[in-house]
Design a protein around this ligand. Structure first.
Ligand code: ZN
Length: 121
């Protein structure tokens, strides 16, 4: 897994040397110095299109399809999201012998869903 990294923009794993990986790394929250301006806008774009769908997959909401991702109907309830998060966080927690990479994905996913779930969805 050393040549792969988890993309905080679109929620997938990319190969470090790939064009897509390089591209998205610039928008990633972990991209560091390149924050603000166009990078923030592009990161928002990726989060609100691909990122939300990826977050649903990571938390096991395989059948959830929300279109448009941010404002569409069909979001799981906040309680269902938190429950899915707790279950997976326990399973992947590094202190319990889990994979830190998987754990980070789960944390990322719940943050995305908490942030973008419309209050009245
Ligand atoms: Zn990406």
């Amino acid at each position: 897994m050393a040549d792969r990294f988890f993309c905080f923009a679109c929620g997938r794993d990319h190969r470090a040397g790939s064009g897509l990986g390089r591209d998205h790394k610039r928008y990633s929250i972990e991209g560091g110095h390149e924050s603000g301006g166009i990078f923030s806008d592009l990161r928002e774009f990726y989060l609100q299109t691909k990122g939300i769908a990826a977050a649903f997959r990571i938390l096991g909401f395989e059948n959830v399809r929300v279109h448009p991702p941010r404002f569409g109907r069909g979001w799981p309830s906040p309680a269902a999201i938190e429950k899915a998060y707790r279950t997976r966080a326990r399973r992947h927690h590094p202190d319990a012998g889990g994979d830190p990479h998987e754990f980070r994905k789960v944390q990322w996913a719940v943050e995305v869903l908490r942030r973008y779930r419309p209050p009245d969805a």
